[in-house]
Write a protein that binds this ligand. Sequence first.
Ligand SMILES: Cc1ncc(COP(=O)(O)O)c(C=O)c1O
Length: 496
Amino acid sequence: MTLLWLESSLPMVRIDRNHPASLQRQIYDLIREAILGGALAPGTRIPSTRSLAAELGIARITASNAFDQLIAEGYLETRKGDGTYVGRTLPDDLLALPEDPRLGTRVRPPQLPSHRGQALERLWDQGVYQKAGLRPFQMDAPALDAFPFELWGRLESRHLDRSAAMNLAYCDPAGHPPLREAIAAHLRAHRAMACDPGQIIITHGSRQALNLAAQVLLDPGDAAWIEDPVCPDARTAFTCAGAHLVPVPVDEQGLDVAQGEALAPGARLAYVTPSHQFPLGVTLSLSRRLELLDWAFRAQAWIVEDDFDGEFRYAGKPLASLHGLDRQARVIYLGTFSRALFPGLRLGYMVVPQDLAKAFRSARALADRGSSLVPQMALTDFFNEGHFQRHLRRMRIVYGERRNVLVEAIRQSLGHLLSVRVPDSGLDLVADLEAGSGDVALVRQLARGGIKLIALSSLYQRTPSRSGLVFGFAGFPERSLRAGIGRMVELLGEPG
Ligand SMILES: Cc1ncc(COP(=O)(O)O)c(C=O)c1O
């Protein structure tokens, strides 16, 4: 390391020959920081590159290159025949950060994001996205161990052929047309939905679809019903659109429509998970479905149907969607491949009323110009060659078995603490704690031991009526589920 004090005007110059940054970069950084930090005021004379190079024992070209960069960026300027100066036109009162009068130190002003930004910060703090690998009983993981990756790889590479260079270009922002046709055919056959490929918008999962729906359907201040309890992402998507959220209780029949009407009859939108309410797992009853559609028609409101795991029903066929009952074009249906295939694929879709298709397509284009084409083409083949239905059939069996193993393990080892019912659909389940027990503290304690659960009470907006743990079972083979419950027993035996 060389340490020098240059008499002229440069403060302590430190260059370190062992530093990974080049000497030129070190000189550049030092002078730039000195100017931005206020140590070198505008108009100050700087030593010549010749004297700097001599004092530091470096090649002159190294010092000249650093100066050239600083001149090009406006930090330094040369005066003909008179040497180099700190740029005179730099607003010196804007260069240094303000002083804190009490501490006498330079302080950074507080960074206050918008209300939207603050809602996003709160969502981050809930830890939803801070994942460290796959931990039992993460609820958003399908069986990655059972996915046919080789087949998927073959389907993708088919479309990465040199002769098909067009596949690497931008595609239709609403999605690859043959994929939209395949999805429309699937929905007609399996979810009783009469829809046209023109109504389908491919998205980056249902989370993007939620954000698009919030953006296209809501104006700031509009009231929006959300289920209570609800998935935090849905809550935040609508909050960020400036909506006034109206939490509507969920009972054994799903969303309580009468209470929604009593709380906010003129709401502009209702968000529901009818096939498998997240997180309680109940199905919206037929009478409630009809009530909800009737309210939406009278109020001219939209219904956002999030059908994130409707394919997985263990007794009988998947239920018909709410969209399939809609005769007034009030329902926006969201589907995803995150659970049916794998979440890293980041592909989902929405089915929107014909009249809204243009606005949604445009919102999708504006958001990110559409999804990558090659995975969409692979997915089209996956549908058209029958793999999708085959995979779902296999997975229903695997998940049904995993569900049974988890329920049995909870009952056997944690039955004194948790009561659990066997869900007939979905990839997660709720185990209730005794009323009044703190699920949030319990989840924190278990997280420290590598167990990932969600506290049921944290998903409520109003005073929680239940306390419990949300378990995902799909992503873990039977021995991992048993080991996870064993680990919980161990952790619960330790002082919290
Ligand atoms: C309520 C709900 N909707 C949707 C999803 C899927 O989101 P995405 O399709 O963006 O992966 C999940 C996944 O965990 C969910 O819990």
